[in-house]
Design a protein around this ligand. Structure first.
Ligand SMILES: Nc1ncnc2c1ncn2[C@@H]1O[C@H](COP(=O)(O)OP(=O)(O)OP(=O)(O)O)[C@@H](O)[C@H]1O
Length: 234
């Protein structure tokens, strides 16, 4: 089943053309690694898919050109974890907050606490036991796990992640990559940008954005077989 179809997508910030006539398809269960040099438009592409930005061309999510239910699309933005350590929210609050778009603002006050849903999401990312910790007190890798749990609690169909592995120490990085690969193996469709070839080793498709704004998708096996040297930006 095709869950995302991008056709002839172009986008410019004022006079600066970033994406030009980009087309690709994502099937349910795909892990798409999005790569390309700095400034080629990886973050811009994710924001267009989320309709935070509007370009020309067509974007169909779940077959719908006018898709509105973005609670089904989890998004982890770049640098989401650059937290001030005084940030007062607990892990529980950060994860729970993403249930509200789903359950509706008014029902938020219905008294139901959704503790089981939060616990389940934290268990999926190996963060059981951290519920009452302040988010600002966790390591970068732990914060990323919590932000992944925050996406998962809304039971999304697709995860969009913008460089989730940046700035994380090697051990936490390996665990985070394993977590992302496991979620994909369990059936989650993932689109993830990264400059780090290792982080994308579980991908089955690679979308490469070029300096001229074009993009092409290829089988990950072919991409990795060509070798990292071939792709000057990695
Ligand atoms: N809000 C904005 N206004 C104007 N130009 C922007 C804006 N956001 C991004 N750009 C420009 O658009 C281009 C693409 O940016 P984008 O952040 O999508 O690239 P990227 O591939 O994600 O880069 P990186 O690998 O550095 O994260 C860059 O040249 C950037 O300077």
């Amino acid at each position: 089943m095709t869950v995302l179809e991008v056709e002839h997508l172009s986008y410019a910030y004022g006079p600066v053309h970033v994406l030009k006539d980009v087309s690709f398809k994502v099937e349910k269960g795909d892990f798409v690694g999005i790569t390309g040099a700095n400034g080629t438009g990886k973050s811009t592409l994710l924001k267009l898919i989320l309709r935070l930005l509007h370009g020309s061309g067509t974007i169909r999510v779940m077959g719908d050109e006018h898709f509105k239910d973005y609670s089904k699309v989890g998004y982890l933005s770049q640098k989401v974890t650059t937290f001030n350590s005084d940030f007062p929210a607990t892990v529980d609050e950060v994860v729970r907050a993403n249930l509200y778009p789903k359950i509706g603002f008014l029902r938020r006050y219905s008294g139901r606490k959704f503790g089981a849903e939060v616990d389940r999401a934290l268990a999926m990312v190996g963060m059981t036991g951290y519920k009452h910790h302040l988010i600002g007190e966790l390591s970068g890798g732990q914060q990323q796990r919590v932000f992944i749990a925050r996406m998962l609690v809304a039971e999304p169909e697709i995860l969009l992640m913008d460089e989730p592995t940046v700035g994380i120490d090697p051990k936490s990085l390996a665990e985070l990559v394993e977590l992302i690969e496991r979620l994909n193996k369990e059936g989650m469709t993932i689109l993830m940008t990264s400059h780090d070839l290792h982080s994308l080793r579980g991908a089955n498709k690679i979308l490469t954005l070029e300096d001229d704004g074009t993009a092409f998708m290829q089988d990950a096996k072919g991409y990795f077989a060509e070798g990292a040297d071939h792709h000057g930006h990695i």
